[in-house]
Design a protein around this ligand. Sequence first.
Ligand SMILES: [Zn+2]
Length: 400
Amino acid sequence: MELMRNRIRPYAWGSRTAIAELTGAPCPSAHPQAELWMGAHPDDPSVLVGEGGDVSLLDAVVADPDGMLGEAVASKFDGRFPFLLKVLAAAEPLSLQAHPSAELARRGFDAEEAAGVARSDPSRNYTDPWAKPELICALTEFHALCGFADPAHAVDVLRGLDVAGLDHYLALLAGQRDAEGTRALFSTLITIPPNAVSSLLEAVLAACVARVREGVSPHVAQYRTALELAERYPGDAGVIASLMLNRVTLQPGQALYLHSGNLHAYLSGTGIEIMGNSDNVLRGGLTPKHVDVPELMRVLDFTPGPVEILGGQAAPQGEVVYPSPAPEFRLSRLQLDARPHDVTHPGPQVLLVTEGDAVVETADGGRLAVSRGQSVWIAARDRGVTVSGPATVFRATDGL
Ligand SMILES: [Zn+2]
């Protein structure tokens, strides 16, 4: 086991305080700090801080996949580290996006390779051939748009605006309240030509202002979100489309699992995010980055319905597990007192301390003191691994 040194991604939507506070760095930070990456992604692999010198986790996995990942994980994922753990700190909304399934990622990646699109090309959709299932667990109150809402709900939200110009769009969903109607309305809204979208947006936003002022509608939070998105991305058809999505608020300790094809946009808050070790993102708007609507339409899952908020399931010794079907990862949270908690596992493992101070020990006499904001890498070959507090620790492993 080794302490990890992790890189921070400075995307413009990041917070200047959340990651700095967690890691004990000068606060506020000089630049936005959006994501702290813990893993072996080639773009920003973590560094293992060892007695024999520092080594990239990516290089260490390549040199000894069985010892680092365990045989089962190494063989299932072709010797590749399967997950990426992040602290995500959003001061402003992220783009409207979805991630491809394993099959679509492979097909999309191969097609772009065959077409000779450089991997550094900003118009490239698939930077790797891997799926990116995602799970976010809130550290602070966390706001998101996630998945297409039940059609009856979406119709109610849009009708509640009482904008005549929306009527013929609404008919697409009101007359067919299922995945096909959802697809028809979303694809129509997101592709309204720029000259037509500005007048419609103007009417929609004026109605949102009126509804928020009246404060009577049950959809005030959703209308307010549309106004906030419009302020950041004026003229973006994604603002109207956002009214079709579930508006979700997570309390600390609650989580969301996003399967492939789920359309989502994180709005604000700090969370622990775990995902397949991939950077494949298809964007539909609300971003200055590359948007490819036809490709997004190919990967989207239009099945509408309410979002399942995960409260975590109690496991032995006070461990709370966030269940997900993804083979790439498993996330749990440990509320530790001074007693040692056994975390020995036959696969790769990262422990992140979010409160207090933890001690990690191994059967061969290894001992590491880990403070708030620090993370530890535990190789599959490490035996008799225990962690003690008092501390709150997020535990990330494979999902096999
Ligand atoms: Zn995402």
